[in-house]
Structure formats: C-alpha cells, structure tokens
Ligand binder design. Sequence first.
Ligand code: GDP
Length: 334
Amino acid sequence: MGNYKPRKRLEASQYIEGVLNRDRVLLSRAITIVESNLASDKKLAKDIIQAILPKSGNSVRIGITGVPGVGKSTFIEVFGKHLIEKGHKVAILSIDPSSQRSKGSILGDKTRMEELANREEAYIRPSASGDTLGGVANKTGETMLLCEAAGFDVILIETVGVGQSETAVHGMTDFFLLLMLSGAGDELQGIKKGIMEMADMLVINKADGDNIKKSQLAKRQYENALHIFPKSESGWSPVVSTASALKNIGIPEVWEQIMAFKNLVQENGYFEKNRKDQQIQWMYNNIHENLKQLFYGSDHIADHLKTLEQEVLNAEISPVKAAERIIQEFKSIL
Ligand code: GDP
C-alpha cells in the first residue's frame, strides 16, 4: 500500500456526466473517489454527489442480513436474476466494517454471485474497507446514490447479521429482509431481538430436502414471535416465508411481498416520510462523528483529559464537573 499512487483524476463534470449516462467504468471510478480518504478526493466527491443528488432516489432500497452461511450470496444471486428478468437493474452493495480485518469484504470473494456479476443489468460493489462503521456507512450511502443516478432501480445492501451494521443498513433502506435457518435457536444464529424487530420480512432459507418440514414449523414459530412485537410505524405487519435459494423456490414471492409493502407505504405516506427522516438522521450521524473527531483529535484536549482523569480518580473533582471543564476548554480553543 505504501507505493499506492491514485490514478489520475478527471474533472468532476466528467464523472457526473458518466454516471448520468450510465457508464459503468465512470460509475466505478466515481465510487472509488467517494471511498477515498484523500483530502483532494473528498472535495471532488462532494461536488459529484451534490450534482447527482437530484437524479438519485428512484429505487427500492432493500437491506439483506443474516449470519454467515445462511445463504445470503446464494439468495442474492437468484433474487437478482429474478429481478433482472422482470426488467430491473440491480446494484448490490455491502456494509462490512470488518472488511479491513478480514482482508476482503463479504462481497470481495470473486466466486460469490458469479452469474450475476457477469450481467450488464447488475452491479456488484464490495464494502469500502479500513474505516469505522460510520465511515463505511457514509460511503455505502453515497455509493447507493451514485448507483441510483446511474439507473439502478433496485439496491440491495447486504450485511452480516451479527453486529451494529444492521442498524446502519436499516437506516438507509426502505425494506429490511432477514434470512434465517430453521432448526437453529435464535441464539445459535446470533440474531438479536433488535434485529428481528427491524425486519419487514423473515425468509427461512434452505427449505429444501429434509429441511422442508422443519422450515414450515419455524415459519409458524416466527410468525407467533413477531406478533408480540409492537406494530411498526409503517403500518406493515412483517411476514415470514420459506425459501430455497439453492433450488430457486420461493424467490418471486419475496419480491411480491416487497411490492406489497411498497404499495402500502407509498399510499400511506410512510415511504416518503421514512426517506426524509433517514436523510436527517444521516446528517446528524455525521455531525456527531465530526464533533467527536474534532474533540478527541485535539492534542490540547487529549493532554487535559489525562490530567482530568487523574483528578477524577483522586476524587479531586466530580466526573460531571470534569466533563463540564473540558467542554469549557474545548469551547475556548474553537
Ligand atoms: P452467506 O455466507 O450467507 O453468503 O451464505 P452462502 O450463500 O455462501 O451459502 C452458504 C452455504 O449454504 C453454501 O454452501 C450454499 O450452497 C448453501 N446454501 C445456500 N442456500 C441454500 C439453500 O437454499 N438450500 C441449501 N440446501 N443450501 C443452501
């Protein structure tokens, strides 16, 4: 990485035109700029995003999660192909804050979604790596806007169903799909109750062969479990279905449910409202991140914090008073 030299950049207008003309190469290069941490690229990225913003938004944004091995990539491959057959253009993005550690994102593996990857109507982009969750979410969010401006009308955002990244994906999508397995307890699947609560649809995958009966039983159990959750603001009651991504069973039904959801929330106004709320939330998330960086990134503050910590430990100052003092200090250096 030490010798990494970024490729020569074009003018903002060339990327903008390229994206709007649905040029895949320029779309990819624009995404690279959005993902870059170079100061000069950040300025370029802002100009590009600002310009394409009015052309974004015209898509169904779907979050897909589930523990590793549940069949996400197999599902996305058949689901994506189904959508293409129906005339859609599908972009597949991922949020994977672990991608730096694992040296390759959940979508980085070339063997995943092989057929889909070769389709003109599909665009697959792995998660940006080496960032905080907030950073990855920002980049995926802006990548989504670029893909929409380039004419992709279904956006699938994949994440591994084990951590906080679900909240980030939920915060930028219209519909949240949770893939599950039958016969494994929720604890075993690492699925937290909070994630189930976010789901608009639960798909019990691998409902094939010996697994069919168990899957149907699991379906009923999850249906019962979902009843006790408070009703969502969207007015939609989450649905449970069984599917086999491997055998291509139950896949069109998932899209039918998503369309039923979309019709409902477009009619009752929730679709628009949710998107607007998400925009505002995105702004605040960034403000919080930037404030934190400004504060903790200051050497002066860091020095003072060390002293204050000691004073708190020695009971010379109360924690509340210490916090107040450091904030005063911060204000004075701004
Ligand atoms: P991911 O880690 O969630 O992306 O899961 P993969 O899509 O890589 O699938 C993990 C394994 O489960 C692979 O061996 C798949 O072939 C298998 N698999 C995926 N979907 C199904 C299914 O519907 N039925 C069966 N029997 N196996 C499946």
